[in-house]
Each structure stands twice: as structure tokens, then as C-alpha cells.
Design a protein around this ligand. Structure first.
Ligand code: ADQ
Length: 495
């Protein structure tokens, strides 16, 4: 079987010296598992900067996965990572035009680094390999590889939302960015909504079309685009929650919240996650429900993220102020309404925290998917499950219809949902949880990964005539359709 090459900005397979599988995210675990299965390579930035780019590859074998990393120079880091990725694409794709920097040097740095990545990666690619590129940092990688004559199948998955047409066109280089996507054989989005927004751009901005095979045709090329909603390793999470470490954390949480129902929020400290709105909603709840004040407490875990970017520093200080205000107004001698923690935890510890929480507040203003919502569900006790309060603007809301779905911009809706969650009967909690868990387990990270890889493999290779928009031979159509239908629909049919 052909090898899989995964390309992502950062590379982080499970590392036993850092606590092994308890310490990394589910996505990293799933990709590492795929790479072990298909004996592939994981390529990306080492996370280190050096005075001048050398293109020197550092190859390592970690837990059965071959990892290839490259160092970047400081200017690359500033322009590509802090710049175009985190100050331009991230805010814009999360509908924050007000925070978007349109600086030409960032775009140049972005192209330069993508070229450097491609040049370093190209010698590692063998004729049969398939290449899977991840996320908004690396959109032009395929273009650069194609320029070097690489004809392998290359797929791309966007972990964040694809925004509405009118937002994309505020980017001075929007056309170039979208054209670069057409160098992929397959483009994966988290949701149908993102897929439709992308198609909307292609149809109305560059007069693209869809051919008889369902491929998108534009810029004299064609590609396939589909939604592949990412999941978590639900089964593994449900096991981890029974581990010693998870149990210890659970016991600690229960001991510290005696007589109170714990609510939990777990998010990177990011303006897209709706942290301020959540806290204002919680404040409204405390104000409107004096009878429930002594019954609850909120644990907000928010590890600091992208702290070199001003918008993140500003958010952090606004949150400090807001939490101070709420705690000042509602604390008692023996009670602090919000416990706020800025650090990371191991996966098993998080599982224990989730299980101890009677409700989770997952209230992003925009989110590609949101894995915390799924992890929370996977970690619940089936006999006494907690309630998920979920923003309608998280990609996860499309699948998790039995959560309490709210608009995070409305403090009243958050307050009402909290009241409802805290007074919900055991029967209703169980009914909702069973349906949510069923979905989280079926549409898990392995299904996501296999669906994507299968669909990518089914794309016609470079020798398959190509660059004609005539309907494909029936056999090719069948294979591609089956691969694309291996998603939710087909799994539902398989039961
Ligand atoms: P993120 O924006 O990082 O991911 P999310 O999907 O919630 O958001 O994933 C966060 C991950 O980090 C979760 O696995 C969570 O457990 C972990 N995490 C959060 N806080 C932690 C803490 N304090 N300690 C340890 N781990 C912590 C991007 C997109 C999302 C998309 C994912 C995957 O923005 O929309 O769901 O990629 O595609």
C-alpha cells in the first residue's frame, strides 16, 4: 500500500518521555496511528527558529512514526506564523475583519515559507505516496510541489471555517489563495456550510462550475471538495476516563466543589472561543438566579495561546478584568464563582475534569468543529451524564443536535441554558447524552481520517487523461462516489 505523508505546521506525535498518550491531543494520536498503519512520514516545522534558513531536515522515529522537521528563520516565524497565519487568515476566517492585518510582507513571508516547506519535503516523496496537508498555514504547499513536478495525489483539510464570500474578498490576495487550493486533488472542510461558502466563492467570484463528476472546475483545473467532519477518539476517551489519573482528578474536582455543581469551560485562550461572552452569560445567570448562586461554580481552563499577538494579550487582560469583576461581585467567604486556570492538562486529567462537570459551556463565536464538545460527551458517566451547552456557531452543532444549542452572543440564552441544564431530569439528560454519544462514537476521528484518505486515494491519478471536463467513465465515478459516501451517510447505512 502507498505511504501517507502528513504535512502540518507543527508536528506532535505521542512522546513517551512527556507522559505518552496522556499528554497529547486526540488529533495527534489519530494521525500518528494512521502514519503507523500506512508507514508514512509526518513533516512540519520543528517549532524552533534559527538565524538563517538551511533546509536541514531533522529525522526522528517517535513511537513508530517517522517525523521530519525543519527549523524556520526568525523573519519566517514573524511573517508566516505570527503574521499571515495568525494575524490575517485566522481572524478573517473566524469573521473578525476588525482584527485582520492586511500586511503585504505577511503574504510574502507566507509564500516563502510554503515554498521552503515544499522544497524540503519534495525529496522525501516517492512515486506512490499520497500527501495530506493540514490547515490554513499551508494552503500553497501543493502549488509549490506541483511547480517542482510532483504529480502525486495531494489532499488538503481545513480545520477552521471557510468564511462567507464577502469576507474572503477582503483579502488582497484572495484569488491567489483559492487558486492554490485547486492544486489539490481533494479539499476537505469541516461542515457543509464551509463547503457551500467555498463553492459560492468559486461560482460567483471566478465563474467556476461543477462538472458531471461533481468536481469543481476553475482556473483551468479541477478538484474535488467535500465535508469531512472531524471527530475524537471517543472509545479511547471513554476508556481513559477510567484510568487512575482521570479518577484522581475526578475525586479532586468533586472534593473541591462540595455541595456545588461544577460547570466547565476548556478552550485555548482565543477570541474565537467566545470566552468573554460566556462569562457575561454566567454573570447574567448569577444575577437572575440568586437562589442558584450557592449551587454552582464555573471552572474555566484556558491555556495561553499565541501570546505574541496583540489581540491575544488584549483578550487576556479583558478576561482578567471581567473575572475579577464577577468574582468581586458574587464571591462569598467560602465561594468563588469562577475558578480560572491558564495552563494545559494531560488528556487523562481533562477526562476526569469533564466527568466531574454537570454541564460544559462550549460557546465559540465561530469554530471549525470544536473537539472539546465531543470530548466532554465521550467522558460522561452513562448513568449520570452532564449536559452540553453548545454554540450554534461551532461546526459540532451540525452533528450534536441534542445539546442545548445557544447563540453565544446572547447572555440571556446562556443564562437560560444554564438554568435548564442544572434543573434537567436524569431521564432527559440520559436521553440527550445517549444520542450525542452515539454520534460522537460513530463519527469519530478514525472514521474521519479513513474517509478522507479513501476519498483521496480514489481521485484519478496523474495518468488518467485529465484536464477534460467530460463525464468520467462509470467505473471511476463509482469509486469516487463510494469514497465520498463513506462519510456519515454510508456509516449510517452500515449501522
Ligand atoms: P482548536 O481551535 O485548538 O482546534 P478544539 O477543537 O477545541 O480547538 O481543540 C482543542 C484541543 O485542545 C482539544 O482536544 C482539547 O482537549 C485540547 N485542550 C484545550 N484546552 C486544553 C488544556 N488546558 N489542556 C490540555 N488540552 C487542552 C482547531 C479548530 C477547531 C477544530 C480542531 C480540529 O479551531 O474548530 O475542531 O482544530 O480540527
Amino acid at each position: 500500500m502507498s505511504r501517507l505523508i502528513v504535512v502540518s505546521n507543527r508536528v506532535n506525535p505521542p512522546n513517551p518521555s512527556e507522559g505518552g498518550e496522556g499528554s497529547v491531543g486526540g488529533l495527534a494520536m489519530a494521525l500518528a496511528a494512521a502514519l503507523r498503519e500506512y508507514s508514512g512520514i509526518w513533516f512540519g516545522w520543528s517549532g524552533k527558529t534559527i538565524p538563517e534558513f538551511t533546509g536541514q531536515l531533522n529525522m526522528q522515529r517517535i513511537e513508530g512514526v517517522t517525523v521530519a522537521t525543519v527549523d524556520l528563520e526568525e523573519t519566517d516565524y514573524q511573517e508566516y506564523y505570527n503574521g499571515y497565519a495568525n494575524k490575517t487568515l485566522w481572524p478573517l476566517f473566524h469573521y473578525r475583519v476588525d482584527l485582520t492585518a492586511y500586511d503585504r510582507s505577511f503574504g510574502e513571508g507566507y509564500d516563502r515559507v510554503n515554498r521552503r516547506f515544499a522544497e524540503t519535503l519534495a525529496p522525501l516523496i516517492e512515486p506512490d505516496d499520497i500527501v495530506w496537508v493540514h490547515d490554513y498555514h499551508l494552503i500553497p504547499v501543493a502549488r509549490e510541489l506541483r511547480r517542482m513536478g510532483i504529480t502525486n495525489r495531494i489532499g488538503f483539510f481545513l480545520h477552521i471555517p471557510w468564511p462567507a464570500h464577502q469576507l474572503v474578498v477582503t483579502l488582497p490576495r484572495h484569488r491567489q489563495l483559492v487558486e492554490a487550493l485547486f492544486d489539490y486533488d481533494l479539499i476537505g472542510f469541516q461542515t457543509e456550510e464551509s463547503l457551500q461558502a467555498f463553492e459560492g466563492y468559486v461560482f460567483s467570484e471566478v465563474q467556476g462550475s461543477k462538472n458531471a463528476r461533481g468536481e469543481l472546475v476553475a482556473f483551468g483545473r479541477r478538484t474535488c471538495a467535500a465535508a469531512f467532519p472531524i471527530g475524537v477518539d471517543a472509545q479511547d476517551f471513554a476508556e481513559i476516563v477510567k484510568s487512575d489519573n482521570a479518577r484522581k482528578t475526578y475525586d479532586r474536582m468533586m472534593a473541591h466543589s462540595v455541595f456545588r455543581k461544577m460547570l466547565v469551560g476548556v478552550d485555548r485562550l482565543d477570541y474565537s472561543k467566545g470566552l468573554e461572552e460566556r462569562l457575561i452569560g454566567y454573570e447574567r445567570f448569577l444575577h437572575d438566579h440568586p437562589e442558584m448562586r450557592r449551587e454552582v461554580m464555573l471552572l474555566q481552563i484556558a491555556p495561553i495561546s499565541r501570546d505574541e499577538v496583540e489581540a491575544y494579550q488584549d483578550l487576556r487582560s479583558r478576561l482578567d478584568g471581567l473575572i475579577g469583576r464577577i468574582n468581586g461581585a458574587y464571591a462569598e467567604m467560602d465561594f468563588t464563582p469562577i475558578r480560572y486556570v491558564n495552563r494545559s492538562y494531560r488528556r487523562d486529567e481533562l477526562a476526569g475534569v469533564y466527568r466531574a462537570a454537570k454541564a460544559a459551556l462550549v460557546t465559540p463565536l465561530r469554530d471549525g468543529m470544536n473537539l472539546v464538545a465531543k470530548e466532554y460527551v465521550a467522558a460522561q458517566d452513562p448513568e449520570d451524564p452532564g449536559v452540553l451547552i453548545l454554540s450554534r456557531f461551532a461546526g459540532a452543532a451540525r452533528q450534536m443536535k441534542d445539546a442545548l444549542i445557544i447563540n453565544p452572543n446572547s447572555p440571556e440564552e446562556i443564562s437560560d441554558a444554564l438554568e435548564r441544564a442544572l434543573s434537567m431530569s436524569l431521564a432527559e439528560r440520559k436521553r440527550r447524552w445517549e444520542s450525542l454519544f452515539d454520534n460522537v462514537r460513530r463519527e469519530d476521528v478514525t472514521a474521519w481520517r479513513d474517509d478522507f484518505v479513501t476519498a483521496l486515494r480514489a481521485r484519478p491519478g496523474p495518468d488518467a487523461d485529465e484536464q477534460t471536463d467530460e463525464p468520467a467513465p462509470v467505473r471511476t465515478l463509482d469509486v469516487a462516489a463510494r469514497a465520498l459516501k463513506s462519510g456519515p451517510e454510508a456509516r449510517a447505512m452500515r449501522g
